[in-house]
Design a protein. Structure first.
Length: 152
């Protein structure tokens, strides 16, 4: 990772600006998480499950704003690694709960130190704007979800 920030031209589009920022941040998290064997997209799902204990795919999708096919693909990969367990036959016919396996909990524990390092570095880079930054991103996500519900 280079220590000198590059000058980036402005993009007069909210979507383009957010996607560029998301790609840049994802690349940094990927760099720090790579030695742990966890990708940033996997870490988001694993961390959500670690926090929730268990969740239905619908709940995870809503929490992470992931399309059903994207989440299904991610859960399938996590299942193949035996990091998550998806209950196959719930007694009442509801959506199948997903939970971390013991191996998945160990993988999250293994990735947390690397995650904390990059999290602290980004927090320091943003300085006192950190809390405001997160509040704005949360507002942007909520507004976009609402607008998506209103889309023609």
């Amino acid at each position: 990772m280079s220590g000198r920030p590059r000058a980036l031209p402005g993009i007069p589009c909210t979507c383009g600006t957010l996607r560029r920022a998301a790609r840049a941040v994802t690349q940094v998290y990927d760099h720090y998480l790579r030695p742990t064997g966890v990708r940033p997209t996997q870490m988001a799902v694993l961390a959500a499950l670690a926090e929730l204990g268990e969740a239905t795919p619908r709940t995870l999708g809503e929490m992470l704003v992931l399309e059903k096919t994207t989440l299904t693909r991610e859960l399938k990969g996590l299942g193949h690694r035996r990091w998550v367990r998806i209950d196959r036959n719930p007694a009442d016919g509801r959506e199948r709960p997903v939970r971390l396996t013991p191996k998945g909990r160990r993988q999250v524990s293994r990735a947390i130190p690397a995650w904390k390092v990059i999290q602290a570095r980004i927090t320091r880079a943003l300085g006192r704007d950190w809390n405001r930054f997160h509040a704005i991103l949360d507002r942007v996500a909520r507004a976009a979800v609402q607008l998506n519900g209103e889309a023609p």
